[in-house]
Write a protein that binds this ligand. Structure first.
Ligand SMILES: [Zn+2]
Length: 112
């Protein structure tokens, strides 16, 4: 999904470049002017739409990425999707949890 915006933009640019080439070819007489006239507008429209949609997706992408991406509750570093801690602090939290469980066990065993 992350690659859709840029590839659509390049596709649109490629189609627009093909349009320009077609127009030049028509002007130069390499292609019949009826053919270049017939294909220029539809191709230009498709290329323009692809480019604009790709551009729009690319503009929206940082926003959606910011929404999707969490931040570490401790250091504020970017985290994987759905994670509330970065990898370092995730490990630290797990270790602390293990320690507290161990302490709880030893506390209970001392009392019991
Ligand atoms: Zn962190």
């Amino acid at each position: 999904m992350d690659e859709v915006g840029p590839s659509l933009r390049y596709l649109g640019l490629a189609i627009l470049a093909a349009c320009a080439a077609l127009l030049l070819a028509g002007e130069a007489g390499w292609v019949g002017s009826d053919i270049s006239d017939q294909w220029f507008l539809p191709l230009a429209k498709v290329g323009g739409v692809c480019f604009l949609v790709g551009l729009g997706l690319s503009l929206l992408q940082p926003v959606s990425r910011r929404i999707r991406q969490g931040r570490c509750a401790r250091c504020g570093a970017k985290t994987e999707r759905g994670q509330s801690y970065c990898l370092d602090h995730l490990m630290a939290t797990v270790h602390e949890a293990q320690d507290s469980i161990r302490q709880g066990e030893s506390y209970r065993s001392r009392r019991g």
